[in-house]
Design a protein around this ligand. Structure first.
Ligand code: HAM
Length: 411
């Protein structure tokens, strides 16, 4: 096959079996989120570039390296969404929904990040995503995490991962922590990787998230965030843990968990697994109380999370869709097509999947019926129409019966 006919690197076709799998994951998540009061929302796949550039952080990998941004024909800078959170906040502000808080939104769909493709990492990928706007206090954080757990439970993957939890503190205590980190890493400035050296001034927190081994080594003795918590931060985090205990949610505190996007404060969490090689995060999220204000809206406490559908699919590798078994209609001779079409109509009206196979030798058509995994094949000839009884072959048992139209509709 010609190379030209491949999809764009890092993007995949969703063939029917995967499509069914993705649908099941989306529908399960949507159904369970509705039990918590979430409603579905869809925002455009394209946004003005500043929706993401200002909010996710100039020094985050997503903004500095991974965005699909381009100028449209009107000269505006446009970006294919790399995540949902900023789009949903943009929608909340554009639609002036300030008086409707709290709002809980479920979304799913494709996202785009120009990263190096590998198993579990694509340039077009899909998420299930949950945002809770107007989320006051740590109980909202605990409920959000519990929602994730319920969904993973229903999808049969809760046993496959660890919930890692951290608090990034309030914006004020994080400022103090950033100063301390800056001072600490400045000692190693000349040894830091190029990316980390760039991050030293603007957001040294990112250095803790570096994949570079030498950076990681230097970060080992770096100060930890909890040394900088105010009483308020500490109480918030303690309360969250108490609520998680009430919900029976197990977690592991990871004081180095910083997340890859800049808008988080207080709660940050990630669901990690050792079953997907280098791609350990199935999902993650956290609190983003400052985002609305950064985007020009009012102050709105908020929390949310997202999980990668492709990674969930990899964990559920034994998934098989509930296969639909059609009834096939095989008309013999063109004069019987009209009756066959009418019968197909009636079968479909009674919600039965029906496939017409109207060309070729009968034996070949029976083979095609078999390939379609048909439950029955109905042969329609002129004699049958006259007699009002039709040969119906049960494809599993290989036996034929003569049935009336009414009996066929009741199959
Ligand atoms: P994130 O951690 O960037 O968070 O992405 C969430 C999940 O999306 C990841 O854990 C991973 O499973 C999946 N994912 C990310 N990039 C890729 C990729 N290139 N290929 C396949 N899967 C991928 C966010 O996006 C935040 N907006 C989550 C959030 C919602 N925070 C608050 N509300």
């Amino acid at each position: 096959m010609s190379n030209k006919l491949r999809p764009v690197r890092g993007m995949k076709d969703l063939l029917p079996e995967d499509f069914y799998h993705q649908d099941e994951i989306v529908n399960t998540s949507k159904r369970i989120s509705e039990l918590y009061g979430y409603k579905p929302i869809e925002t455009p796949i394209l946004e003005q570039t500043n929706v993401f550039a200002r909010t996710l952080g100039d020094n985050s990998d997503v903004v500095s390296k991974e965005m699909y941004s381009f100028e449209d024909r009107g000269g505006d800078s446009i970006t294919l969404r790399p995540e949902f959170t900023a789009s949903i906040m943009r929608s909340f502000i554009s639609n002036s929904l300030f008086h409707d808080l709290p709002l809980k939104y479920f979304s799913s769909g494709p996202l785009f990040r120009y990263d190096r493709p590998q198993a579990g990492r694509q340039r077009q990928f899909h998420q299930i995503n949950f945002e809770y706007l107007g989320a006051e206090g740590p109980l909202a954080d605990a409920e959000t995490i519990k929602l994730a757990m319920d969904i993973f439970d229903s999808l049969g993957i809760r046993k496959d991962f660890t919930l890692e939890l951290n608090s990034l503190g309030s914006n004020e205590s994080r400022q103090k922590y950033l100063d301390a980190l800056r001072e600490y890493f400045t000692k190693y400035k000349s040894d830091l990787s190029e990316d980390s050296a760039k991050r030293l001034e603007k957001n040294p927190l990112r250095i803790l998230d570096s994949k570079d081994e030498k950076d990681q080594e230097m970060g080992r003795d770096a100060p930890l965030i909890h040394e900088y918590y105010s009483d308020e931060c500490k109480n918030f985090f303690d309360d969250l843990q108490n609520y998680l205990n009430i919900f029976n949610v197990e977690y592991k505190i990871n004081p180095r968990l910083v997340r890859g996007l800049d808008y988080y404060c207080h709660t940050a969490f990630e669901f990690t697994t050792d079953k997907l090689g280098a791609q350990s995060a199935i999902g993650g999220g956290g609190r983003y109380d400052a985002l609305s204000k950064i985007m020009g809206g009012p102050e709105v406490p908020a929390i949310g999370f997202a999980a990668g559908i492709e990674r969930i699919m990899l964990l559920r590798e034994n998934y098989k869709s509930e296969s639909k078994r059609p009834i096939t209609i095989i008309p013999i001779g063109d004069e019987n097509i009209e009756y066959s079409l009418n019968l197909a109509d009636k079968l479909r009206d009674s919600k039965k999947q029906t496939i017409l196979i109207h060309k070729g030798k009968i034996a070949k058509r029976m083979e095609k019926a078999n390939k379609q995994n048909a439950k029955y094949a109905i042969i329609i000839g002129s004699d049958e129409i006259k007699a009002g009884k039709y040969n119906v072959k049960d494809m599993d048992q290989g036996i034929e019966k003569k049935l009336t139209e009414q009996e066929i509709l009741e199959l």
